[in-house]
Design a protein around this ligand. Structure first.
Ligand code: GLY
Length: 245
């Protein structure tokens, strides 16, 4: 029982999300169908791990990897663009049974950021790595690196162009810019409870369209974007600054 909420889950259990911030009408019927299919694949792949006796960390990693590969989500391929036209990826994972965690931010070349978060948790003495250093560690660990162009999709590029226009218009008329929902957010996440009763949580994102100054959101911050302990697992999506605060 936590904060008056009692949740009893069957084991094993896998829960995923494909991100908040998609408004009705943002997706064409085809895009919505593709997103649903990718989520179903992520659930099936992750759940098969649990059914095979693998750990909750394995299931979370597998499910998020599928969503990072699917261009419909703001994570991995299909991530949103920064103000200067780059894809900058953030991620984290936490093992609820051990309290161990791994996180990485500001990635440009790691194909599946969640695999790097996991390697940081399991193969390093650290919890968080950023930018070039994180990618050097990824290379050392044999994690797949790709040309940054791999992450680009035309839809996200157009979203950046629209955001830049709106920003310029707001500046010219001296009115505060209120972020529209359209394609600004859309993080992915997964929570798993394995047959041994252990929980894990993971999160992966491109952050916010038009972010700048090396902005890092909640997704790679343990306790803001991701948390798991023996009784609770959380993966956040939405405007990261609110979660961090
Ligand atoms: N929740 C993702 C972000 O704000 O970066």
């Amino acid at each position: 029982m936590r904060d008056g909420v009692l949740v009893a889950l069957d084991t094993p259990t896998l829960v995923i999300h494909g991100g908040a911030g998609v408004e009705p009408g943002d997706l064409t019927p085809q895009e919505e169908d593709d997103a649903r299919k990718a989520m179903e694949t992520a659930l099936r792949v992750g759940y098969a791990k649990l059914q095979g006796g693998s750990s909750s960390v394995d299931a979370v990693t597998a499910a998020i990897t599928v969503m990072e590969d699917a261009p419909q989500f703001n994570a991995g391929r299909g991530a949103v663009f920064t103000h200067d036209g780059r894809n900058e990826l953030d991620t984290s994972i936490m093992d609820g049974s051990s309290g161990m965690a791994g996180a990485a931010a500001g990635l440009h070349r790691v194909k599946n950021p969640i695999t790097l978060a996991r390697a940081i948790m399991e193969k390093s003495k650290h919890v968080m790595m950023v930018g070039d250093g994180a990618e050097i560690f990824a290379k050392e660990q044999g994690i797949t690196l790709v040309d940054p162009a791999y992450f680009r999709t035309e839809k996200r590029w157009k979203a950046l162009q629209d955001a830049l226009k709106e920003e310029a218009k707001a500046q010219a008329s001296n009115t505060p810019l209120v972020l529209p929902g359209k394609a600004y957010f859309g993080t992915v996440g997964a929570l798993a409870l394995d047959a041994k009763g252990n929980l894990a949580a993971g999160t992966s994102t491109g952050g916010m369209t038009n972010k700048r100054y090396g902005r890092v959101g909640d997704s790679p911050i343990i306790g803001a974007g991701t948390w798991a302990d023996p009784g609770c697992a959380v993966s956040s999506t939405g405007w990261g600054e609110f979660y961090i605060r």
